[in-house]
Design a protein around this ligand. Sequence first.
Ligand SMILES: Cc1cc2nc3c(=O)[nH]c(=O)nc-3n(C[C@H](O)[C@H](O)[C@H](O)COP(=O)(O)OP(=O)(O)OC[C@H]3O[C@@H](n4cnc5c(N)ncnc54)[C@H](O)[C@@H]3O)c2cc1C
Length: 472
Amino acid sequence: MAPGAMNRWTHSLSDAQPVPYWLDDPGRPRPQPALTTSETCDLLVVGGGYSGLWTALIAKERDPGRDVVLVEGREVGWAASGRNGGFCAASLTHGLPNGLARWPQEIHRLQELGARNLDAIEAAVARHSIDCDFERTGEIDVATEPYQAAELRDWHEETVRRGLAEDVEYLDAEAVREQVNSPTFQAGLWDRRGVAMLHPAKLAWGLKQACVKLGVRVHEHTPALTLKPYGAGMAVRTPYGRIRARQVALGTNIFPSLVRRVRSYTVPVYDYALMTEPLTEGQLASIGWKNRQGLGDSANQFHYFRLSADNRVLWGGYDAVYPYGGRVRAEYDDRPETYAKLAGHFFTCFPQLEGVRFTHAWGGAIDTCSRFSAFFGTAHQRKVAYAAGYTGLGVGATRFGAEVMLDLLSGERTERTELDMVRKKPLPFPPEPFAWTGIALTKWSLARADAQAGRRNLWLRTMDRLGLGFDS
Ligand SMILES: Cc1cc2nc3c(=O)[nH]c(=O)nc-3n(C[C@H](O)[C@H](O)[C@H](O)COP(=O)(O)OP(=O)(O)OC[C@H]3O[C@@H](n4cnc5c(N)ncnc54)[C@H](O)[C@@H]3O)c2cc1C
């Protein structure tokens, strides 16, 4: 990297606030009051991200008479749900390639359930008047290397043959640049219906409002400290009060689970993003992007990028940082060396935008599991259900996870609970130093594969055979 260029890129970051753009919003609602007494309820939901919010909302929609309480340790949407890229995908399996590799027998069913889930999100956004800039634009996977273009074409042919590519179009270099003009783009696959773009924090805030309207008692700044059996139900201790609940649903993502044995299934992987100032009409015209799709490139170390409602560009991904020891800490949310790297990559992709400045730069923890897609389970004789491990694709899939948790608590067999994906768990991560060493070796190998036309070394091939992986 030439020193002059490095200076130009870091200059573009000099005013960037180290806070998630989406949460830096004058419309951020006031938190609901903390719990200061003792409560009883039918269903206690722990966690005020999408997982918990969808669980509480759907519980009420399924049975309006159910008495539901939701507790959030800080503020609704402050964590992953308020700081993600806002790509709301139909895929429940962290993308079709991962789903097809792991569950070939049920992939058609999983795709269908995922498409229905995304339709249900769109319908709920309309039903509850959630103002979250929901736009069903689809997403283009772009190739930036010739080998990636060939892989995209082969993959498209294979998925068409298998009947898995409805509404997916292959774009050659000219066609993809007609959509979004970058000199680096060599081909693309445009999934027209399978992904929506939205404002992540506004979705979380809107879901909270919908929960409150339906009678869910939401308490923010109320961490659940312990979870224990109590009589026929469960008891949860919080700093100022105790909650007795017939059943409990845990939507606590990467934070230490109140069911200890769940903890080893996930590790936090930090992902980072930048947001530009709003583009001028001239700047926007220079890159096209009239159909406003989300984009992601096809390398192992990939970028994701999209427009906001006011035509900023969000540019994220690439570095996936696992901190030794696997702890979630606020200090990891800010990483200037990654921001400088991301800014450089942004101007390589869009040289027309030279001079554009970034207003926000931030990071957050992703709950990565070894199969990249959520796992589910129950504890305490089915009085507690949990869902976690969405890796980098939980904006849409958390709604499906909420339905699974409610199915499991109801004790009913449903089309969801019969899935292998729901019945089986991923392999857990080993303790340190093995987790760090394995992840570091995998990351090094993935970067090497990107530099060597996608060729996977022995370590990656072995991991593939074992069905183990690392992603963000
Ligand atoms: C930078 C970044 C970019 C991403 N981009 C995308 C994307 O574009 N598309 C996509 O699909 N996914 C993306 N993801 C992933 C997605 O954001 C998550 O999968 C999703 O938000 C998970 O929702 P959740 O409710 O399970 O977790 P969270 O949003 O993390 O919510 C969990 C909540 O539980 C609370 N909590 C935890 N323990 C307790 C306790 N004991 N008591 C009370 N409260 C507790 C926490 O305070 C937190 O608010 C991204 C993630 C990050 C970090």
